[in-house]
Design a protein around this ligand. Structure first.
Ligand code: IMP
Length: 435
């Protein structure tokens, strides 16, 4: 069985958690490779709704390893809260492993994230204010605190001191806050370390072992391709690499260990936070999508901006990630919308046409979507379980998307439930055994 990477092909919130959860049934290991608790995954199991920010979706299966890879930034307070939530619901977290090399989000990172946004004023990025950017910045500056540092209080104290010293000026408004006191912080984080210790491991080795035994490993991405710090709409991006290549770095495997790369995309587009969004619908139709799709952030509750599917951006995502399969989620949300639009190219203000995702931000910021319009459908899709039961218009829409993007569709989501999924011929070898 192969290594399969799951990535967001748009601006995040595409439904990666649900797809990972479905694939996890056949997997031995699910590993997250980047991001932190800026992500939010909702999984519906029967009447139960699970929301995770840090713990990989695989945790709901007993006997599997659910791993937080070295590329993730971990807020130990949030992680412990999630563990406590699982415990209260009687779910064992015995399979959780945390990379000793993952970096920690510290109290000052949260404050710096807020301060950074406030300083930017109108130019703010609209971050989740969870300290993600400042934690990755410290990692790159070699001032990060790692999970393994929690296990040695003396080293922990030294490293916290070294990390806070250069930030003294920026942190001045909070100088008297007890949470920034070196002694208090060291003690608190050392306690977190004691509680997390049973889960801390050499996770790259665990993944290697599973792949070596020919077991299925799912590499679970967070956010989406267009929020990638290198390939996204910089600076309106997150501080890590949500693209497939980062699975290797953030989990500690080689490129040859990856066999499949699935890009997850909604049947329309959404974006949280600021930044360009050429196919955005700032009208009643956008509002209707937001309501029908429940488009409010899992992490911050913010309303998501909505728009038509953007095939220019999806084609770009297919290329950057080397997608082998496309998952289209929330197709049911488009029911009753007629006609349905799809952005097939961008138009510049002077009439220039862009078939490819433009590299220059000035073009992207001013681009509008050139739409292909297709007939919609009225039928309720929530009970459909095979591609040929779909209305013709829905099939035509999916065929069009797949043709333009150049990637086969492997499955289609038609509702929030775990079973509300259609497996195509191209994807069904990964379907859960009962499907
Ligand atoms: P940060 O990751 O909190 O630094 O936020 C940077 C940008 O990424 C902001 O526009 C956020 O709204 C966006 N972002 C971060 N995580 C997610 C996510 O899981 N889904 C959607 N947008 C996200």
């Amino acid at each position: 069985m192969p290594g399969v990477v799951i990535v967001g092909a748009q601006w995040g919130d595409e439904g990666k958690g649900k797809v990972t959860d479905l694939l996890a049934e056949r997997a031995d290991v699910v590993i997250r490779f980047q991001g932190g608790n800026n992500a939010g995954h909702t999984i519906v199991r029967g009447d139960e709704v699970f929301k995770f920010h840090l713990i990989p979706s695989g945790i709901l299966y007993p006997g599997k390893l659910s791993v937080i890879g070295n590329g993730v930034v971990v807020d130990p307070r949030v992680l412990l809260e999630e563990l406590e939530g699982l415990r209260r619901r009687g779910i064992s977290a015995r399979g959780l492993r945390i990379s000793a090399n993952a970096h920690l989000i510290m109290p000052y990172h949260l404050l710096l994230d807020q301060a950074g946004e406030a300083r930017l004023g109108k130019l703010q990025i609209g971050t989740t204010r969870r300290g993600i950017g400042p934690a990755y910045a410290d990692k790159a500056s070699r001032l990060g605190i790692r999970v393994q540092d929690l296990l040695d209080e003396k080293i922990l104290r030294k490293k916290i001191y070294a990390a806070m010293e250069p930030k003294r000026q920026l942190l001045r408004p909070w100088a008297k806050e007890p949470q920034l006191d070196l002694h208090t912080m060291t003690e608190e984080y050392a306690k977190f370390g004691h509680r997390l210790e049973p889960h801390i491991a050499d996770t790259a080795r665990l993944v290697w072992d599973a792949l070596d035994r020919d077991r299925l490993v799912i590499f679970e991405g967070a956010q989406g391709t267009l929020l990638d710090i290198d390939h996204g709409t910089y600076p309106f991006v997150t501080s890590s690499n949500p693209v497939a290549g980062a699975a290797c770095i953030g989990a500690g495997v080689g490129p040859r260990d990856i066999d499949e790369v699935w890009g997850i995309a909604k049947a329309y587009s959404t974006r949280v936070g600021a930044g360009p969004f050429p196919s955005e619908l700032e009208d009643e139709l956008g509002e209707r999508m937001r309501e029908a799709g429940g488009e409010f952030g899992t992490t911050t509750g913010r309303p998501r901006r909505c728009g038509w599917i953007d095939l220019v951006a999806l084609r770009y995502a297919a290329r950057i990630n080397g997608l082998t399969g496309l998952v289209i989620t929330k197709l049911d949300v488009l029911t009753g919308i007629d006609p349905i639009g799809a952005a097939v190219r961008y138009l510049g203000p002077e009439g220039a046409r862009f078939d490819e995702f433009p590299y220059h931000q000035s073009i992207l910021h001013r681009a509008t979507a050139d739409l292909e319009e297709m007939p919609g459908w009225q039928e309720d899709l929530s009970h459909v379980r095979s591609p040929d039961e779909l209305p013709q218009a829905a099939r035509d829409y999916l065929d069009f998307v797949s043709d333009v993007v150049g990637v086969p569709i492997v499955c289609i989501g038609v509702g929030p439930g775990r079973d509300q999924i259609i497996w195509t011929e191209a994807g069904k070898r990964f379907a859960p055994l009962a499907a």
